[in-house]
Design a protein around this ligand. Structure first.
Ligand SMILES: [Fe+2]
Ligand SMILES: [Fe+2]
Ligand SMILES: [Fe+2]
Length: 432
């Protein structure tokens, strides 16, 4: 039965926070794309102003700019520079549109970036591959080509004339003439250029872009978590699958601990996001099979701080971000990064810690198989006795061990199926 969502089922989200949070994750995965996205978001928004577009369309341009090359993250290892922009550019644009299409809060942005490298060709570029190419795609294209010409080596205002000339040459060829006119007006505003290279463009955007809130349903929030999980999966399928396992166990533990439906949703989000900071850890440390050296361990431990950094702009998810960030804390004060003790660790954080340990012990890892029940129980018991994990929660795990393990396993298989399904869809789109 399709139940109608009630107000209590919805979370009020500031969309800017949501985009900023994804932007920070993208930056951690690939700083070049992260910085480029913010510049294009800003320039596209300003072009929208010059063209007197509605606030709604300007906001969409900001979002499209901030996410336009997201598909490049799926091009394993081929996105370190911005070469994907010129080398078969349809590939990353279509991949990006597919990624956003599957996340309801961003699905309207999908069609604004799908063809963001299609040249105007005196009007022929209004259509591509049998589809209509929207104005926004052409504006993103223009903003994108402006952004890639900006160099960090020379003072920005010395570069304006040259960028203006390069863009003008392509009027009618690559870009819509009306858009080039708008660009020329924009180019006269020195503050625009200074904003782009200010080094604090996220803050500038927050000040510039109009505030927009939206109520997101359970499904939409789940889509958002899955989007994050998918991005993490491009960097490491293992981390994405681990997080899905932790989420399933954490939801089960919170249900058995009496959490409300709303709290269970937040704990699920916290679990999906708890290890996202690992995308910043070099693969040789992340995937090392031997014991980590002290130096490597300290790098690995920084992942929690990165998780905190990504979630920090997200006001509505503050509590989920808080629980997620504390998953490595231990009740006896031996955890990290804050070394908190039982007095300061809420039940949500304790659940995250137990779900994380349980999943880590029982899941198959690239270099070892998951532990059998007796060994996993012994390891949990020893952490419980040492005062690291919550007694009450470990008891719940013991009482429901088989069910917990089955739930974890099913969620991780689903994560793997989801990954393959996405790759197949991508393949189908390219060959359409
Ligand atoms: Fe692109
Ligand atoms: Fe781009
Ligand atoms: Fe972790």
């Amino acid at each position: 039965m399709n139940k109608k969502a009630t107000a209590a089922d919805k979370l009020r989200i500031n969309i800017f926070d949501m985009v900023a949070s994804i932007g920070r994750l993208i930056y951690l995965m690939n700083p070049v794309i992260g910085e480029h996205h913010l510049q294009v978001a800003y320039l596209a928004y300003r072009l929208g102003e010059e063209l007197n577009l509605s606030n709604e369309r300007k906001f969409d341009l900001f979002m499209a700019g901030a996410l336009h090359d997201i598909g490049a993250l799926s091009l394993n290892g081929r996105s370190d520079r911005l070469e994907f922009e010129t080398n078969n550019p349809d590939e990353h644009a279509i991949a990006g549109s597919l990624i956003l299409d599957q996340c309801k809060p961003f699905s309207n942005i999908s069609r604004l970036i799908k063809f963001h490298h299609v040249p105007w060709k005196n009007g022929k570029g209004a259509f591509h591959k049998g589809e209509c190419v929207s104005t926004e795609n052409h504006l993103i294209h223009l903003a994108d080509r402006v952004a890639v010409q900006i160099s960090g080596e020379t003072p920005i205002l010395d570069q304006v004339q040259c960028i203006r000339r390069e863009i003008s040459i392509q009027e009618g060829v690559l870009f819509v003439p009306e858009h080039v006119d708008a660009f020329k007006h924009m180019a006269k505003r020195e503050y625009v250029w200074l904003d782009v290279v200010s080094g604090s463009i996220e803050t500038v955007l927050k000040r510039t872009v109009l505030f927009k809130e939206k109520e997101l349903s359970n499904e939409e929030m789940a889509d958002f978590s899955k989007l994050i999980s998918r991005l993490i999966g491009f960097k490491s399928r293992f981390i994405a699958a681990h997080s899905r396992g932790v989420a399933a166990v954490a939801v089960e533990l919170s249900r058995l601990s009496g959490f409300s439906k709303q709290e269970r949703r937040l704990i699920e989000i916290a679990a999906y996001l708890h290890d996202l900071g690992k995308v910043a850890i070099p693969p040789q440390i992340l995937e090392k099979q031997d014991k980590l050296s002290d130096h490597e361990r300290s790098i690995m431990q920084s992942h929690v701080y990165h998780t905190y950094q990504v979630l920090e702009p997200f006001e509505t998810l503050r509590i989920a971000g808080f629980w997620g960030t504390l998953h490595q804390e231990r009740l006896n004060g031996t955890g990290y990064p804050f070394g908190l003790t039982s007095d300061d660790l809420p039940l949500g954080a304790r659940i995250m810690a137990v779900a994380d340990v349980f999943t880590a012990l029982t899941e198959n890892r690239p270099y070892r198989k998951g532990m059998d029940p007796d060994s996993a129980k012994a390891a949990l018991q020893s952490m419980r006795n040492a005062g690291e994990l919550d007694h009450y929660l470990v008891d719940i795990v013991f009482d429901h061990y088989d069910n917990m393990n089955a739930v974890r396993d099913a969620a991780q298989k689903e994560a793997s199926a989801d990954y393959h399904c996405f790759q197949e869809n991508l393949h189908r789109c390219f060959n359409a």
